[in-house]
Design a protein. Structure first.
Ligand SMILES: C[S@@+](CC[C@H](N)C(=O)[O-])C[C@H]1O[C@@H](n2cnc3c(N)ncnc32)[C@H](O)[C@@H]1O
Length: 261
C-alpha cells in the first residue's frame, strides 16, 4: 500500500491552489445551499479534484441524500455515466436528468461488466470494510470514501478504524435505542405473522453498526490497496475573496481516495 499524504499521486501543489480557485466559483451554483447532514465545501472540493484526476467513465454514488454529490459528479464529469443509489430516495431535493437512480443497496447490483476505470463514491455510512470488499468483488478499482473518521470518532466503521484495529462501538442515545428496538420488533413481528416474509437484516445493521476490534482487517486491506490518499484539509489556503460561508468549513473528516490492486 503506497500512502500519499499531501497531494494526489503525480500532482503538483500549485495545481491544488489553482483548482481550488476554479472550484470556489463552481461551488456558488450548488443546488443545496444548506446541506446539513451532507457534503460541505472541503469534501466537495476533494471529490471534484479526485474525479478530475481519475476521469472515470462510470461513477457509482452510494448515499445521495438531498442530491448535492450527484450535482457535483455531474458538474465535474458531464460525459460520465452516473448511477446514484440511496435506500431512501425521497430525501432528494436536486434530481439529475443524467443520473440513473436506484434504491437497491450497492451489493445487490450487477456491476460485473463496468469499464475498467470506473469509480465508486461511498457516502452511505455503511462499514468501509464491507464496502471495500464489495468493490473488490465487482473489480471496481477506484474508490472515494467520503468520511474516514479517526479511531473512536464518527458513526460507522471506517477504513481508519480498520487500519488502526480499533473496531467501532456505536453509541446509541435513548431515542435511537428505542427506534432500533421498535424496528427490530416490527421486523420480528412480520416474520412471525407472514410465512413468506424476509427479515431485513440490512435495516438492523444500519442501526447497530458495531464492529469488534478485528486483528486481520488491517492486513487484509493492505494486501488489496495499491494507493491510499487522504485528501488534505484546504482550509488554510482558502482566501477571503472566495467568500465561502464559515459553516461550510466545519466538517473535514479525512476524505480518502483508494486505488485497489
Ligand atoms: C451523509 S448522507 C449522503 C450525503 C450526500 N452524498 C451529499 O452530498 O450531501 C448519507 C445517505 O446515505 C443513505 N444510506 C443509508 N444507508 C444506505 C445504503 N445501504 N445504501 C445507500 N444509501 C444509504 C441515507 O439515506 C442518506 O441519504
Amino acid at each position: 500500500m503506497k500512502i500519499y499524504k499531501t497531494n494526489f499521486p503525480g500532482c503538483k501543489k500549485n495545481e491544488l491552489v489553482s483548482e481550488l480557485k476554479r472550484f470556489s466559483k463552481i461551488f456558488k451554483d450548488r443546488p443545496i445551499k444548506n446541506n446539513k447532514g451532507g457534503m460541505r465545501f472541503e469534501h466537495m472540493f476533494a471529490t471534484y479534484f479526485i474525479l478530475k484526476k481519475v476521469r472515470p467513465p462510470v461513477v457509482i454514488e452510494s448515499g445521495v441524500f438531498k442530491g448535492q454529490s450527484t450535482w457535483l459528479i455531474e458538474k465535474t464529469l458531464p460525459k460520465s455515466k452516473i448511477i446514484s443509489i440511496d435506500i431512501d430516495l425521497k430525501q432528494r431535493k436536486y434530481i439529475s436528468k443524467n443520473a440513473k437512480y436506484s434504491n437497491l443497496d450497492f451489493k445487490y447490483h450487477d456491476f460485473s461488466n463496468l469499464p475498467s476505470n470506473s469509480l465508486v463514491f461511498f457516502d452511505d455510512h455503511v462499514s468501509h470494510m464491507e464496502r471495500i470488499q464489495q468493490a473488490k468483488f465487482f473489480n471496481i478499482k477506484n474508490i472515494i470514501l467520503e468520511d474516514n473518521y479517526r479511531s473512536y470518532k464518527g458513526d460507522f466503521y471506517t477504513l481508519n478504524h480498520a487500519l488502526k484495529s480499533s473496531g467501532f462501538n456505536h453509541k446509541l442515545g435513548k431515542l435511537s435505542l428505542f427506534k432500533t428496538f421498535f424496528l427490530f420488533f416490527k421486523e420480528f413481528l412480520k416474520k412471525l405473522l407472514f410465512s413468506q416474509y424476509y427479515f431485513s437484516i440490512d435495516i438492523l445493521k444500519s442501526r447497530i453498526r458495531d464492529v469488534k476490534p478485528q486483528k486481520n482487517d488491517r492486513n487484509n486491506l493492505i494486501n488489496i490497496i495499491d494507493i491510499y490518499f487522504e485528501f488534505p484539509s484546504v482550509r488554510k489556503i482558502i482566501s477571503k475573496k472566495m467568500n465561502i460561508p464559515l459553516g461550510e468549513l466545519k466538517s473535514y473528516n479525512y476524505i480518502t481516495y483508494l486505488r485497489l490492486l
